[in-house]
Design a binder for this molecule. Structure first.
Ligand code: SAH
Ligand code: SF4
Ligand code: F3S
Length: 443
C-alpha cells in the first residue's frame, strides 16, 4: 500500500448501537491495512465521524462537532472522513457544502475506506484538495469475514442483519441503510465464540429489524438460541425488534433459555390506530397490547421498554390521548419518547404535512414523559425487598465508591462497593432496598 508513515486515526461515533458496531468493523478493516488508532484527537492525522440522521437534533449535534473540527483543520493538516447515516442521507450535498470533508462513506461502503483515506492522505501531502465519496447501498454487503475490533467491556455487539424494508413513513433508516439482508448463521456463531474466548460475557444481537432475521431455514428464534448456547456467554440480548415478527417460537425461546435476557424493547411509536396506519406500522393499538399480554403470560418477569413519537403529522389531541391511554394500559417498564422530526425524502415528508406546532410536540413529549416516569418508578419499586442478579459493568457514573451493573431485564443497579463488589463481567446477587425511575439501589 502507498501509506508511508503509519497514519494515526481517531474515530468518533454518534447514533445507535449499530453505528458503534460499524465503527468496530471500520477499525478492524483499517488496522488490517496498517492504519493505527488513537483515542487522542490532537495526535490524529485522520478523524472519522460516524454519524446519525434519525432526528434533526442528531444532525445539529454533528454539525456542531464538524465546526469544531474545522478549527482544528485550520491549525494543522488533517483528513476528515464523515461516515454513517448522515453521510449516506445528505450525500454530495454535505460534501460540497462542507470544504472540511475529504471523505464521505455510507454504511455499506466501508470496505473502500482504506483506499479512500490513503488517496486523501497522499493528496494532502501533495497540497491537492481531492474528495473521495463512497455512497453505494448494497443488497448484499454484510461485512462477512471481518472480525470487529471490539471496544473493551462486558458486551460484544454482533450485527446479524442490516438494512430495513419496513419503510415506516417517518423513518430515514431504509434510505440510509438500504435493503434488509441477514448474515450467515455459521459466521455469527463463529463471532460469538470468538467474543466469548476474548472474555466478553454478554452478546447483543443487532439489526434495525433484528427479529425479521432469516437465512435459509434459520429464523431469529433459532439464531438467538444457538448464540446463547455458546459456552462462556452469560447473557444474550437483542435490539431492535419490530412487533410484527413475534412468533410463539421466539417468545418461547426467550422464556426458556436461561441465558437469553428477559428484556424486550418493543417500539410502539403511537397509540392511535389512525396514526399507526399513517406511520405504516402494520399493527393497531389493540394488537400491540395483545402482544404485550402474550409475552407477559409466557414470561411473567419480562421487562418491556419502548419508543414513542409525539406530534407526528396530523396528530390531534384525541390521537395523543389514545397514546396516553395505551401507555397507561400497557404499563411498560420504560420508554424513550421523541418529538416527531421530519426527515427529507421519507414517505411522511413527501405525503403528509408536518403540521403539529413544535411547542405542542414538546408539551406532548413532556406530558408523556411524566406519565411514563411515574409508571417506571412504580414498576421499579416492585424490586424493593427482592434479590436480583446483576452483571457488573464497573463504577457508577456518579461516584467511584459505587459499583454499577445491569439486571437481566437491563435495569441499572447501583451499590456501595463496601457492600460487596467484583470485576466487570462478574455475575453478583444484590438485595434491592430502594428504587427510583432510573435506578435500583442494592447492597
Ligand atoms: N429499527 C428500530 C428503530 C430505529 S430508530 C425500530 O424499528 O424500532 C429508533 C427510534 O427513533 C424509533 O423507534 C422511533 O421512535 C424514533 N424515530 C425514528 N424516526 C424518527 C423521526 N423522524 N422523528 C422522531 N423520532 C423518530
Ligand atoms: Fe425505521 Fe420502521 Fe425500519 Fe425501524 S422498522 S428502522 S422505525 S423503517
Ligand atoms: Fe441513526 Fe442510522 Fe442508527 S440514522 S439511529 S445511526 S441506523
Amino acid at each position: 500500500m502507498s501509506v508511508k508513515t503509519l497514519p494515526l486515526v481517531h474515530i468518533e461515533t454518534f447514533g445507535c448501537q449499530m453505528n458503534e458496531s460499524d465503527s468496530e468493523l471500520v477499525r478492524a478493516m483499517l488496522k488490517q491495512e496498517g492504519f493505527v488508532f488513537t483515542d487522542d484527537r490532537e495526535r490524529a492525522d485522520v478523524v472519522l465521524v460516524n454519524t446519525c440522521a434519525i432526528r434533526e437534533n442528531a444532525h445539529k449535534k454533528i454539525y456542531l462537532h464538524l465546526s469544531e473540527l474545522k478549527t482544528v483543520k485550520k491549525q494543522r493538516p488533517l483528513v476528515v472522513g464523515v461516515l454513517g447515516c448522515m453521510a449516506q442521507n445528505l450525500k454530495s450535498e454535505l460534501a460540497h457544502k462542507e470544504p472540511l470533508i475529504d471523505v464521505l462513506a455510507g454504511p455499506d461502503s466501508y470496505r473502500q475506506l482504506p483506499s479512500l483515506l490513503t488517496t486523501a492522505l497522499d493528496a494532502q501531502e501533495q497540497g491537492l484538495a481531492r474528495k473521495g465519496f463512497a455512497l453505494d447501498l448494497s443488497e448484499y454487503e454484510t461485512y462477512e469475514g471481518i472480525l470487529p475490533d471490539r471496544n473493551d467491556g462486558v458486551n460484544a455487539w454482533i450485527t446479524v442483519m442490516r438494512g430495513c424494508d419496513n419503510f415506516c413513513s417517518f423513518c430515514v433508516v431504509p434510505y440510509t441503510r438500504g435493503r434488509e439482508r441477514s448474515r450467515d448463521p455459521e459466521s455469527i456463531l463463529l463471532e460469538a465464540r470468538d467474543a466469548a474466548t476474548r472474555g466478553f460475557k454478554q452478546i447483543t444481537l443487532l439489526g434495525q429489524n433484528v427479529n425479521s432475521y432469516r437465512h435459509e431455514e434459520w429464523d431469529f428464534a433459532k439464531l438467538i438460541s444457538a448464540v446463547a448456547d455458546q459456552p462462556g456467554i452469560e447473557r444474550v440480548r437483542f435490539t431492535s425488534p419490530h412487533p410484527k415478527d413475534f412468533p410463539p417460537a421466539l417468545i418461547e425461546a426467550i422464556a426458556t433459555h436461561p441465558r437469553i435476557c428477559k428484556h424486550i424493547h418493543l417500539p410502539l411509536q403511537a397509540g392511535s390506530d389512525r396514526i399507526l396506519e399513517l406511520m405504516g406500522r402494520t399493527y393497531t393499538g389493540a394488537e400491540y397490547l395483545a402482544l404485550v399480554e402474550r409475552i407477559r403470560m409466557t414470561i411473567p418477569c419480562i421487562v418491556l421498554t419502548t419508543d414513542i413519537i409525539c406530534g407526528f403529522c396530523s396528530e390531534s389531541d384525541e390521537d395523543f390521548q389514545a397514546t396516553v391511554h395505551l401507555v397507561e394500559q400497557a404499563q411498560l417498564d420504560s420508554a424513550y419518547i421523541f418529538k416527531y422530526s421530519e426527515r427529507k425524502n421519507t414517505i411522511a415528508a413527501r405525503k403528509y404535512a408536518d403540521d403539529v406546532p413544535d411547542q405542542l410536540k414538546g408539551q406532548r413529549v413532556a406530558k408523556l414523559v411524566e406519565i411514563q416516569r411515574a409508571i417506571t418508578a412504580e414498576r421499579n419499586r416492585r424490586y424493593i425487598g427482592k434479590t436480583v442478579e446483576v452483571l457488573v459493568e464497573g463504577d457508577a457514573t456518579r461516584s467511584s465508591t459505587q459499583g454499577m451493573g445491569k439486571t437481566d431485564g437491563n435495569i441499572t443497579v447501583v451499590w456501595d462497593k463496601h457492600t460487596g463488589h467484583s470485576e466487570p463481567g462478574t455475575l453478583m446477587t444484590k438485595h434491592i432496598f430502594d428504587a427510583s425511575a432510573a435506578t435500583l439501589y442494592g447492597a
